[in-house]
Design a protein around this ligand. Structure first.
Ligand code: NAP
Ligand code: ZN
Ligand code: ZN
Length: 350
């Protein structure tokens, strides 16, 4: 076992504390990573505060991990000591089922092993639950490690491991590109990366934000249009306009109002994951043959493709780097939508 420093929460209303955790011995296919940066995703907050239920405490969140390879097992062929690497939301899956064989490990029929808060054999993680990236080191089987291309700083790359692929995957699946009108609801951690990627894919991008306060940034990230959803006129003006709408909002939304903004055969994809059900009117979705869909991160091969795409197009996340003792305050600011646009923990401060 290797010991690592980590920041853990021991109750939903607690504060983060520095702890020591154990990482398993290197197996033949394992990679030991010295974590340099860990992004703070809103899913970390939903989990840490037990908003989805089922959180096992103490929890060490973090699934936007960027660092350097510190050691490799005897059969590892993809990586060498010193390589720049990342780990996203998953650290294992069965490898044999249909979705795994189709490179969609996130939909593994046996349930993918998520980077934190997933029950595992105590031989894998001493406490019986995976522990995430708010930590100095992690051991991950090589298939679930991706390479971070030169040209993206590790700090700006970290958020791409979840936010980047969560937007890249549906943009690819629903063929965002030239001639397509794409709207992104919410310009936070996920949304701002989505604007950059959708614009780089050649789509005409519109941001639907709850205010106009980030309008200038939206244009810099590549959006052609920017509307405030607090203004009812937005919904009248944009009715029937979009081929694809990606909803990244972490809170409850009147989703039926947004469905009406889809054109014929348009699709609204749910990415944001608040805990409450949503109401839709059958007439809204029947009209214009609209679709309501969802998407969950992306597979490992697609995560690598996304990183290569971002490096090629000069895309990184816009970040605010914090020290490990600032996580609690950062969580409050994310919930208040007061972040430009992702907090990233500098792990050297642990
Ligand atoms: P975030 O940085 O907090 O961004 C969410 C954005 O939603 C905010 O910036 C804000 O954008 C908007 N928003 C927040 N509260 C709102 C409210 N009350 N009314 C209207 N708009 C509001 O969060 P994130 O890290 O991007 O994550 C967003 C959601 O996606 C979370 O629920 C997270 O769990 C989920 N997620 C899902 C996946 C997946 O695979 N499906 C992956 C990662 C995360 P504006 O200020 O522009 O309005
Ligand atoms: Zn995430
Ligand atoms: Zn599987």
């Amino acid at each position: 076992m290797t010991t690592a420093a980590a920041y853990a929460l021991s109750a939903s209303d607690g504060a983060f504390e520095k702890v020591t955790i154990e990482r398993r011995d290197l197996g033949p296919r394992d990679v030991l990573i010295d974590i340099k940066y860990a992004g703070i995703c809103h899913s970390d907050i939903h989990t840490a505060r037990n908003e989805w239920g089922g959180t096992k405490y103490p929890v060490v969140p973090g699934h936007e991990i960027a660092g350097l390879v510190a050691a490799v097992g005897s059969e590892v062929s993809k990586y060498q000591v010193g390589d720049r690497v990342g780990v996203g939301c998953m650290v294992n899956s069965c490898g044999k089922c249909g979705p795994c064989l189709a490179n969609e490990e996130q939909f593994c029929n046996r349930g993918a092993t998520m980077t934190y808060n997933t029950q595992v054999d105590p031989a894998v993680q001493a406490d019986g639950y995976t522990m995430g990236g708010y930590s100095t080191q992690i051991v991950v089987t090589e298939h679930f490690v991706v390479g971070i291309p030169e040209g993206i700083g590790l700090d700006q790359a970290a958020p791409l491991l979840c936010a980047g692929v969560t937007l890249f995957s549906p943009l690819r699946h629903w063929n965002a590109g030239p001639g397509k009108k794409v709207a992104i609801i919410g310009m936070g951690g996920l949304g701002h990366v989505g604007v950059k990627i959708a614009a780089a894919l050649g789509a005409e991008v519109t941001v639907l934000s709850h205010s106009l306060s980030k309008q200038e940034d939206g244009k810099l990230f590549g959006a052609s249009h920017y509307y405030a959803t607090s203004d009812r006129q937005t919904f009248r003006e944009l009715r029937g306009k979009f081929d694809l709408i990606l909803n990244t909002v972490s809170a409850d939304l009147p989703i039926d109002d947004y469905l009406k903004l889809l054109n014929l055969d348009g699709t609204l994809v749910i990415l944001g994951l608040p805990e409450n059900p949503m109401a839709i009117k059958p007439f809204t979705i029947a009209g214009y043959r609209r679709s309501l869909a969802g998407s969950m991160i992306g597979g490992i091969a697609q995560t690598q493709e996304m990183l290569n795409f971002c490096a090629q197009h000069g895309i990184g996340a816009e970040i605010e780097v914090i020290s490990a003792d600032e996580i609690d305050g950062a969580y409050d600011r994310v919930v208040a939508s007061d972040v430009r646009y992702r907090f990233v923990i500098d792990v050297s401060t642990m």
